[in-house]
Design a protein around this ligand. Structure first.
Ligand SMILES: [Zn+2]
Length: 152
């Protein structure tokens, strides 16, 4: 195998093939279908629990089980709804051609990163900035001066 190095311009890391793009679209669409089922399922389950609760003459433990059940449904549904929104956003970006661009700095996000994280909207550098709230802007602690010299 010989590596052809005569290419004047190496293919940019961000350039995505049509096959990769359509694979990502398929992935996002499948994920959206799955998440919609999750959201609908959690809502139905919550309704069922609420009905059961109204019917039942539950004792203490039933009531707390009911409450924690509702909590689970809500957080599951909220999480799924959040992912759903991000998937739909990514799909919209795929459709309008901005999918491979960082929403923050406009640079290429990179095909490898998008294949690994199809919902990514930020390039690696911007993501790092987001992930590190105490990053470069962090204030350095002023060294404290010794108040007074020790008297003898
Ligand atoms: Zn960026």
């Amino acid at each position: 195998m010989t590596t052809h190095r005569a290419d004047p311009v190496a293919p940019a890391e961000g350039v995505m093939t049509d096959a990769e793009r359509s694979a990502l679209r398929d992935h996002l669409e499948a994920d959206i279908r799955r998440l919609r089922r999750t959201v609908a399922g959690a809502a139905a389950e919550q309704e069922r629990r609420a009905r059961e609760h109204e019917d039942g003459r539950g004792d203490e433990s039933d009531i707390s089980a009911y409450r924690s059940g509702i909590g689970q449904d809500v957080s599951l549904a909220e999480h799924a709804a959040m992912l759903l929104a991000r998937n739909e956003h990514a799909l919209g970006r795929l459709a309008d051609g901005s999918y491979e661009q960082c929403e923050n700095c406009g640079h290429q996000i990179g095909t490898q990163r998008l294949l690994a994280l199809p919902r990514a909207t930020l390039c690696m550098g911007c993501q790092r900035g987001c992930d590190a709230p105490t990053g470069p802007t962090r204030r350095t602690r002023r060294p404290r001066r010794t108040q007074s010299l020790r008297s003898v």
